[in-house]
Design a protein around this ligand. Structure first.
Ligand code: ADP
Length: 228
C-alpha cells in the first residue's frame, strides 16, 4: 500500500508538471510544423530542401508524440470509452509489430475465443498499452528470438489478456520497480512505457500482474471489467 501511495504521489507530481510543459511545447510546435510544411511546398521532388523540410516535420511529430506520452502518465486519465471487439483490437496491435518481430526471429501467436469478445473500453489507450507490452517483449528477445504469445479470454463479466515472451526476463529488483515512471534498464529507454500501461489499466478499473524469471521470460496478465 505504501508503495502504491508513493507511486500515486509521484505520478500526480509529474502530471501537474507535464500538463504545464505540454501546453507550452505544443503551441510553438504547431507553428514550426506549419512553417516547415509551407517550406516543403516551395520545393519539388528534385530539391534536397524538400526532404530536409520533411525531416523537420517528422521530428516535430516525434516531439508531439513524446508530449502525448508525458500527458498519458498525467493522472487521472480521462478515458474515451465505447463498445469494441477486443479480438480485433488485439489483431490490429499485433499487425503493427509483425514486421519488427519477423526481423528479430520472433514468432507471434494470438489465441482468442471463437465468439467475439466485446468490451466497453478506450480503444486507443488499450492499443497503446498492448503496443508498449509487445515492444518490451520484442526488446527482451532481440538477442535470442523466441515467441510472443498473446492470449485473450472472457470469463463472465471480464476480459483477460496475457502477453508472454520467452526473452531475458527480470530479476526481483528490476521486477519491483518496472511500473515506476522513468525506471528503465535500457540505454535508450524512457521508463514510461509500463507506467503508462499501469495508468491506463487502472483507469479502466482493471488489474495488471507480472510474472518473470531471468533468462526464461515474462508474462503480463491484464484483467479488465467488461463494462456495460
Ligand atoms: P522502457 O522500455 O523505456 O525501459 P518500460 O516502463 O516499458 O520502459 O519498462 C521498464 C523496464 O522494465 C525496462 O527497462 C525493462 O528492464 C523491464 N521490462 C519491461 N518489459 C519487459 C519484458 N517483457 N522483459 C524483460 N524486461 C522487461
Amino acid at each position: 500500500l505504501e508503495k502504491e501511495l508513493r507511486h500515486k504521489e509521484k505520478l500526480a507530481a509529474i502530471g501537474d508538471m507535464a500538463a504545464g510543459v505540454a501546453h507550452e511545447i505544443r503551441n510553438p510546435l504547431s507553428s514550426i510544423k506549419g512553417i516547415a510544411t509551407y517550406f516543403r511546398g516551395l520545393f519539388d521532388e528534385s530539391h534536397d530542401a524538400r526532404e530536409t523540410a520533411g525531416v523537420m516535420i517528422d521530428e516535430v511529430d516525434r516531439l508531439n508524440r513524446a508530449v502525448t506520452e508525458l500527458l498519458t502518465i498525467a493522472g487521472p486519465t480521462r478515458l474515451v470509452t465505447a463498445r469494441h471487439n477486443v479480438g480485433d483490437l488485439v489483431e490490429r496491435a499485433v499487425r503493427l509489430v509483425e514486421a519488427e518481430a519477423d526481423s528479430l526471429g520472433v514468432t507471434v501467436t494470438v489465441e482468442a475465443p471463437e465468439t467475439p469478445v466485446m468490451g466497453i473500453l478506450d480503444a486507443d489507450r488499450l492499443t497503446q498499452s498492448l503496443l508498449n507490452l509487445f515492444l518490451n517483449a520484442l526488446q527482451a528477445m532481440k538477442e535470442t528470438g523466441g515467441r510472443l504469445a498473446v492470449t485473450l479470454e472472457q470469463p463472465p463479466g471480464m476480459i483477460r489478456l496475457s502477453v508472454a515472451d520467452t526473452g531475458c526476463g527480470m530479476d526481483a529488483a528490476t521486477l519491483s520497480s518496472i511500473f515506476d515512471p522513468y525506471f528503465t534498464t535500457k540505454a535508450d529507454g524512457t521508463g514510461l512505457g509500463l507506467a503508462i500501461v499501469h495508468n491506463i489499466i487502472e483507469a479502466h478499473g482493471g488489474t495488471i500482474e507480472v510474472n518473470s524469471r531471468p533468462d526464461q521470460g515474462t508474462r503480463f496478465d491484464i484483467g479488465l471489467p467488461q463494462g456495460d
